[in-house]
Design a protein around this ligand. Structure first.
Ligand code: NAP
Length: 283
């Protein structure tokens, strides 16, 4: 392997320690930062995610409450509960775990969260703030990717970044964050013709597709920085990313592993957003 590994677990530990210090500082002022996580239904993956979010929060001293509801929860009841928490000064961050059961309008639910408590950064107010370069909560996954790039001292100015994927939670905000750092950004998606033609030109590639081996060694310029957001299972059922790690790590300059890369950083950035929400409320 020629590429240097960007260790998401190690960086996430550093971020969590920094958050824990900020939590302690607020607690000294008599304020307990608090996150409330909503889980509607019993999606097995979502159950694991919310458990991790609560455990991560508690580990840093943040108070975290999980509110669980049956899949049949009427939308009006969910919105009423979110509005009650919007008005509750003890709660600084509100997160609704996605996906929601199909009868619930996920966007309407997210829009009900007060923007100042939108620690997932999915509210249109947060998306708009990112779009126009104003302060606001950044979606945790691309925010974590940016921290990983920053951690190796990589200067994005003038670099060509290719983002593969254009979802509202990863690809699009990722592209905007790279643009804000003066990279020249290309966004690729399922209708992109000749993906490899774009990626071979790239200094930085962020793969956020959800398909194994979307990026292989022949598609990568030697020395490129590779961020693998994807979460997939290989034939043996093991977690893997979108990138052919074995091949690409022979060509790239830096690479994030899966597991142990973007995943832990995504979790850590939720804590950062939550402490920021609490600090802003306390200021
Ligand atoms: P998504 O909403 O399904 O979006 C996937 C994107 O990939 C879409 O924009 C799609 O294009 C594009 N795409 C699909 N096939 C493609 C192809 N062959 N070539 C180029 N682009 C293609 O997924 P997401 O929510 O952004 O998540 C992406 C991946 O990241 C998933 O594996 C997810 O599990 C993972 N993820 C990981 C974390 C973490 O913490 N590690 C967090 C979030 C997501 P169209 O728009 O044209 O359909």
């Amino acid at each position: 392997m020629t590429a240097q590994l960007i260790d998401g677990n190690a960086l996430a530990r550093t971020v969590r320690a920094e958050v824990a210090g900020r939590v302690a500082a607020l607690q000294q002022r008599g304020i307990t930062p608090r996150l409330t996580v909503f889980l509607v239904g019993d999606n097995p993956a979502s159950q694991v995610y919310v458990r991790n979010k609560v455990a991560d929060s508690e580990q840093t001293g943040l108070a975290a409450t999980l509110e669980r509801y049956p899949a049949a929860l009427p939308q009006a009841e969910l919105l009423a509960r979110i509005r009650a928490l919007n008005a509750d000064a003890r709660v600084h961050g509100i997160l609704v775990q996605l996906p929601l059961p199909v009868h619930l309008d996920a966007q309407a639910v997210i829009e009900t969260i007060a923007p100042e408590k939108d620690v997932d950064g999915f509210h249109v107010a947060s998306a708009g703030a990112l779009m126009v370069g104003r302060p606001g909560f950044r979606p945790c996954t691309p925010y974590g990717c940016m921290k990983m790039i920053e951690s190796i001292g990589y200067g994005l100015k003038g670099k060509h970044a290719v983002v593969i994927g254009r979802s509202n939670i990863v690809g699009k905000p990722m592209a905007l964050m790279l643009l804000a750092q003066n990279a020249t950004v290309t966004v690729c998606h399922s209708a992109t013709r000749d993906l490899a033609r774009h990626t071979r030109e790239a200094d930085v590639i962020v793969a956020a597709v959800g398909k194994r081996n979307v990026l292989t060694a022949d598609m990568v310029k030697p020395g490129a920085l590779i961020i693998d957001v994807g979460m997939n299972r290989d034939d043996a059922g093991k977690l893997c990313g979108d990138v052919d790690f074995a091949g690409v790590s022979q060509v790239a300059g830096w690479i994030t592993p899966v597991p142990g890369g973007v995943g832990p950083m995504t979790r850590a950035m939720l804590l950062v957003n939550t402490i920021e929400a609490a600090e802003a409320a306390a200021s």
